[in-house]
Each structure stands twice: as structure tokens, then as C-alpha cells.
Design a binder for this molecule. Sequence first.
Ligand SMILES: [Zn+2]
Length: 176
Amino acid sequence: MAIREILKYPHPVLRETAEPVTVFDDELKTLVADMAETMYEAPGVGLAANQIGVARQVVVIDITPKEEPKELIVLINPRITKGEGSEIDEEGCLSVVDLCANVTRYAKIWVEAQDATGAPLAFEAEGYYARVIQHEVDHLHGHLFLDWISSLKRSLYKKKRKKQLQAEQKKADAAA
Ligand SMILES: [Zn+2]
């Protein structure tokens, strides 16, 4: 096992689409073990393979509080097949330093994946766990949480600008 370097934005591998894993061998086991060690050391609650420069569909997650025993979740080739509801909460990312911001996510998701041996997994996740999975799956598609923030900021600005223009129009109408 080894601690790998966590790549930071704007490293191009963070924008790559990760390749599906087709071979469940010792090399994959080593990758998963390294990712887990790197995540715990950071410390973080999730890590996608892109973040250590490996564009393959591998994610590790552990959202258990520090004082409780570790509970590592390994998701290979994870897919969110369905999402329901929405929740806004603050997110950060080991690859995006010094930024925490609100992101809207599904409140509940249905996930299909494989474990480190290739066995199929299918489960539902809610709340914080669902948020972390969505964040990590985003990484595998080359997305970062700041993508969703900038679009939020953009739409907020558009709204603000629209109101401003409307107010100016009203003023002009009143003066006419
Ligand atoms: Zn992240």
C-alpha cells in the first residue's frame, strides 16, 4: 500500500472520463488499497481514481465518523440509475483546495456498481451518503463540484440582472 499524490484543480486528468474496469486483478486490488490509504490520510470521505491520476472507474468512500471503526465502501464502475428529490448542502473536495460551497444533489439515489472482486452491487443511498457518491461519480465523468457552483452563481446573477433591468424599466415607464 502506498499513499498517492492527490492531484489538484486544474490538473487535466480531473477532466478525463474514466474508463470502465474490466479486469479484477491484483493490480486493481493495489489501486483500491492505495486509494483507501490516501483517502484516510488526507483525510477525506471519498476519493475517485482520477484524483490520483488514474482515469479508471474506481471510487472509495468512508463516511463513518472518526471515532467509529472504519467502513470502507469500494465502488467499481458505479452508475446512478435513478435519482429522487433534491438537497442543498456544503461540499468540498480534496482536489479543489480552499473552497466549500453549496451544491444541489439528489436526496436519494439508486446505484449499480461492482465490488473489488467484480461482484455486482445494487443499492439505494440517501442524504450525506448519496451526496458523497454523486460527488465521486461526477469525478469519473470529469466533473468537479465547482462546475455546479459556477452555474448556480451564473443563474443567480442572471436573476439579479433581470430584476435590475425590470426596476430600470419600471422607473423609465414611471417617468414617461
Ligand atoms: Zn472531489
